[in-house]
Ligand binder design. Sequence first.
Ligand SMILES: C[S@@+](CC[C@H](N)C(=O)[O-])C[C@H]1O[C@@H](n2cnc3c(N)ncnc32)[C@H](O)[C@@H]1O
Length: 226
Amino acid sequence: MSLKPILARLLGPWLFDPAAWLYDWMTANSAWQESCANLLTPFPDGAGGGLVLDLGIGPGVSALSMGVRRPRARFVGLDISREMLKHARAGREQVGWPARRLMLVQADADHLPLADESFDAAAAHSFLYMLPDHHAALIEANRVVRHGGLAAFMEPNADRADWGWLLRQLSGRLLFSFSLWRFYNWLHGRFSPASLTAAFERAGFRKVETESALGGFGIYGWARKR
Ligand SMILES: C[S@@+](CC[C@H](N)C(=O)[O-])C[C@H]1O[C@@H](n2cnc3c(N)ncnc32)[C@H](O)[C@@H]1O
């Protein structure tokens, strides 16, 4: 038996709970925050701003960064890890958002405790790849998004990453974080434009668009619910 499945099992998503403090530190950098903020690029900042579900919110960086570009949007941040949600709560307090702007929910993305068609968009930043059954999570995301609503994901890219881009960022924190992320997604999975498109379409989303992110380390996928 090869080492990879053994390591993948040992270093599963459960790790995010005890290592929430490390992950918080790793993602406190402008490249990651910018990538999170870009998730809502195709989402119109219309009247009311919209309600966005952030799947796997982690320490809060994804929703808090999206919110900078969408000042009228409200968010529900969902995570399975209690420790990550503690960090997200602290982050929300630090930026002075009221709880109604970012509600936090502890749940498994495979079984969302949320009503059908109750969101304008479901977003996830670096999330899907680590799930044992990402189809179940996408089906749930599709269920809770309204018709015509958006799915916006950023996942690890199966294509060659541009390590030169990473070195040009001149950040030791970024080099450490991206090296660890690349190792972790080598263990758990990556998406190509074709596989991300297929995953969205299998769950009932349409009009999928993909784009390289984070110097080729990541890939965006945007889709619409019919
Ligand atoms: C790599 S972190 C991403 C955090 C944040 N979105 C970001 O971009 O930095 C993935 C998060 O997904 C959470 N997670 C893993 N499996 C999950 C599941 N089945 N349901 C909900 N959250 C899950 C982990 O606890 C972790 O906080």
